[in-house]
Design a protein around this ligand. Sequence first.
Ligand SMILES: Cc1cc2nc3c(=O)[nH]c(=O)nc-3n(C[C@H](O)[C@H](O)[C@H](O)COP(=O)(O)O)c2cc1C
Length: 147
Amino acid sequence: MSTLIIYYSKHHENTQKVAEAIADSIGADVLNYEFVDPDNISKYQLIGFGSGIYHGEPGKELIEFINELKNIGDKKAFVFTTSGQGTANYNYYLTQLLHEKNFEVIGGFNCKGFDTHGLHKIVGGINKGRPNEDDLKKAKLFAESLL
Ligand SMILES: Cc1cc2nc3c(=O)[nH]c(=O)nc-3n(C[C@H](O)[C@H](O)[C@H](O)COP(=O)(O)O)c2cc1C
């Protein structure tokens, strides 16, 4: 299945690492959202959308990017997030947004990411080294299970 992975990753490139691991495992194209031409999306059968979580939400620019997509039709998508908490509830925002755009969301992956935001900076950050090899392995298995 031809797959494009679009990511937003501004804090420590945590989400970028997950995006690249997934792309590597399933032979997908992978791009920072800034470099995606929305007109090119239609040639892919499956699109993955990934983001870090900032104040409870995915990156605003990625949200805007998805909101502006037009004429996508019925396409399959999956979502992934990295965050300080690493919890699956953070996938909900992107999932809902994609449903509104008529994507069929077929799965979600989430893991912890290194976080030096706010008070975490004082202790040198939390989740050092995350995503780690184990996280990336799980991300790959997740992606392979979608195909
Ligand atoms: C401004 C800011 C706000 C954040 N807010 C949250 C949050 O609400 N919940 C959480 O679990 N992590 C939060 N984090 C941690 C990030 O989600 C985490 O470090 C993530 O892996 C960053 O991904 P990135 O390196 O791809 O940008 C925040 C980080 C920053 C910089």
